[in-house]
Write a new protein. Structure first.
Length: 256
């Protein structure tokens, strides 16, 4: 197995770099991020494709790292990845994903509307939630949210609250007067309260991907097989060679 050093990243494909990182053979650090983010047009598509087409489980979960890359790139190509991350049943704060969607703004409207037109009922519901999360006022989005309020008052109210357009207040107030369950009334009243509140949106902090990563990071030796560790004994970096030797020694002790 060949090893890869940061000075070789520029000559390597995005798919190869992400594959190596997902197998623990290179560290996830600023050098890796800079190399990927510097590729120019088509980068977001390649990163999203890698994430969406993974056919085996990762030794090192790159979900958060891929999300960070796509957020930094601000491309509508990230939308399918955001949708999948939101759909995963994990106890993660979805706030950063909503923020990333809002950062895409109007650029995401057409791709999402196209997906909505081609999707089945369950997927349409999720896409409407994503559209609301853009917080971009658009009549087409407003109409979808109104229809959802009629078919599913709870979900429609949540979407309208997220959308943040107080022009929806008359629609919500009219729906509140209809025959509804207590839960539906609660959600609609909450949306009304949210949209009625006079709030000044905070200016979001610029997303700084580099602040999330160390300048350099070694391979993840904990997930490597012994024969993979051996390859790093000839690595250009003395610190990596030392870590490989220590990891191999630990493997031998564990076998004993």
């Amino acid at each position: 197995m060949d090893t890869l050093t940061p000075d070789q990243y520029a000559e390597s494909s995005i798919a190869l770099l992400l594959d190596l990182a997902s197998h623990g053979r290179i560290g996830v650090d600023q050098a890796l991020m800079r190399s990927i983010l510097s590729r120019g047009e088509g980068t977001a598509e390649e990163v999203a494709e890698f994430f969406l087409n993974v056919e085996e489980s990762w030794r090192v979960d790159l979900s958060a790292d891929i999300f960070h890359i796509l957020r930094a790139l601000r491309s509508p190509s990230a939308i399918p990845v955001y949708a999948e991350l939101l759909g995963d049943e994990v106890e993660e704060d979805p706030g950063p994903i909503y923020d990333a969607l809002a950062e895409l703004g109007a650029a995401a409207i057409e791709p999402l509307l196209k997906q909505h037109a081609e999707a089945g009922p369950e997927s349409q519901s999720q896409i409407e939630f994503l559209l609301a999360g853009l917080r971009v006022k658009d009549d087409r989005i407003g109409e979808l949210l109104k229809k959802r309020l009629e078919s599913d008052p709870t979900e429609g109210a949540i979407n309208m609250s997220l959308y943040g357009d107080n022009a929806m207040l008359p629609v919500l107030e009219a729906k509140l007067a209809a025959e509804l369950s207590e839960h539906e009334k609660h959600e609609i009243q909450f949306a009304i309260d949210q949209l009625s509140a006079e709030t000044i949106a905070d200016e979001p902090e610029p997303f700084d991907i580099m602040s999330l990563y160390p300048e350099t990071a070694p391979p993840v030796f904990d997930v490597l097989e012994p024969d993979e560790m051996i390859a790093f004994l000839d690595h250009d970096d003395a610190a990596v060679r030392r870590m490989a030797a220590e990891s191999l020694a630990n493997e031998e002790l564990n076998e004993d």
